[in-house]
Design a protein around this ligand. Sequence first.
Ligand SMILES: Cc1cc2nc3c(=O)[nH]c(=O)nc-3n(C[C@H](O)[C@H](O)[C@H](O)COP(=O)(O)O)c2cc1C
Length: 419
Amino acid sequence: MDPYVAVVRCQYGERRGETVDKPKVVLGVSGGIAAYKACELLRRLTESGHDVRVVPTASALHFVGAATWSALSGKPVSTEVWDDVHEVPHVRIGQHADLVVVAPATADTLAKAAHGLADDLLTNTLLTARCPVVFAPAMHTEMWEHPATQENVQTLRRRGAIVIEPAVGRLTGVDTGKGRLPEPAEIFEVCRRVLARGVTEPDLKGRHVVVSAGGTREPLDPVRFLGNRSSGKQGYALARTAAARGARVTLVAANTGMPDPAGVDVVPVGTAVQLREAVLKAAADADAVVMAAAVADFRPQTYATGKIKKKDGQDPEPIVLVRNPDILAEISAERARPGQVIVGFAAETDDVLANGRTKLRRKGCDLLVVNEVGERKTFGSEENEAVVLGADGSETPVPHGPKEFLAETVWDLVAQRLT
Ligand SMILES: Cc1cc2nc3c(=O)[nH]c(=O)nc-3n(C[C@H](O)[C@H](O)[C@H](O)COP(=O)(O)O)c2cc1C
C-alpha cells in the first residue's frame, strides 16, 4: 500500500477508534472549462483509498454531467440543498468531511466562499466544513488578476484555506497565461499532504518561503557544461509540502526538467550566478529560505563561444576554474529580514556529522540537513535519510523514507523557529 495512504488510514482510524476508516473527501467542482480534469483527480482520490463525495455546482454540470460524477464516485450527486432533505445534506456533508477540495474553483465560487454565500450545496458545504479546505482556482488571466478575485483569495487564505496558485499555460481557446488548473496529479499531492498532516490550520499560512532545487550547470562551450547529479526531487518535495502547509512558495529550479508543483511559483535558472540572483530577489520578503539545490563551487573562467575541438597531436587545454559565490553563507550573513530562517543542505561522503557541524558554523545558517551520499541515497532517488543539525546544537535524525518525510521534518523545524 502507498505509504501515505497507510499513514492517512492509520491516523484517521486511530482518531476514531477504528482500525481502518477511509478519509472522507468532498470534491467540489465549479463551472470552469477545466471541470473535466476533476474526473482524473476523483479517480486518483478514490483509487488511493479515499471516500469521495462529489458536489458540483449547477454550472459545472454544463461541462461534465452528474452521471459521470456519480458513476466515478459511486455516490449520489446533487447541486442543490433540496434533494434528500431528510438527511440534511447541506450541513452533514461538510460536517463529516476530513478535507474539502474545490477543483476547479471559479472566480464566482471563490467570491461566494469569501463572502459566505450559501445558495447551493457546495457553498453550504464550505460554510459547515471544519476540516482543511483546498481551492484550486482556474480562470482566464484577467479574471484571476482582477482585484476582486485577488482580495477574495487573500480573504480565504487569511481564514486558513489553502488556495493553490494557478499554473501558467494554455487557457480556454487560443489564450495562454496564468489561470490554468494545475495538473490533477499535483492537486492530488497537495490533498494527500494536507490529509496526512490532519491539521485544520496550516502552520505556514501567510509565510513566504523560498526553496532552491536541482543542480547548477556551468557552461564550457555551447554544448558542454560542468554539472552535478542532483535531480531536484528533494527540493520539489520541500516546495510541495510547504504549499500544502499554506505557504506561498517560490521554487528556484536549476535544470530539473520536472513538472511545476501545484501552487508554487517556479523560477527556472541554469548557472550558480543565475541561481544566486533569483534566490536573493525572492528572499527579500521571505520568512525562510531552504537551499536544497546543489550549487557548483567553481565555474570555468572562460566560456568558448564555439565548440571546443580536439586538435590532432595536441593535449587538451587545461580548464581554469574560478570560485562561484557562496550563496548560503551570503544570505545567512546578510538576512533580508530579521528572524528569517535559513536552511542549507550538505551532501557528505565521510565523517558526515563532524563535517556537517563544521559546515553549519562556517555557513552561519540556522539548520543544516546533512546526508550521506551513496548507493540508493540522495541523488535521483525517491528516498532520503538525513540528520538535521541546528545552530542551537540540536540534532534531528530523519530515518530512511520518502523525500516528503524529510521535507515535513524540515518545515516542522522551520515553523518552530518562525514562531
Ligand atoms: C465555456 C465557458 C468556460 C468557462 N470557464 C470558466 C473558468 O475557467 N473559470 C471561471 O471562473 N469561470 C468560467 N466560466 C464562467 C462560469 O461558468 C460562470 O461564472 C458561472 O457562473 C460559475 O458558476 P459556479 O461558480 O457556481 O460554478 C466559463 C463559462 C463558460 C460558458
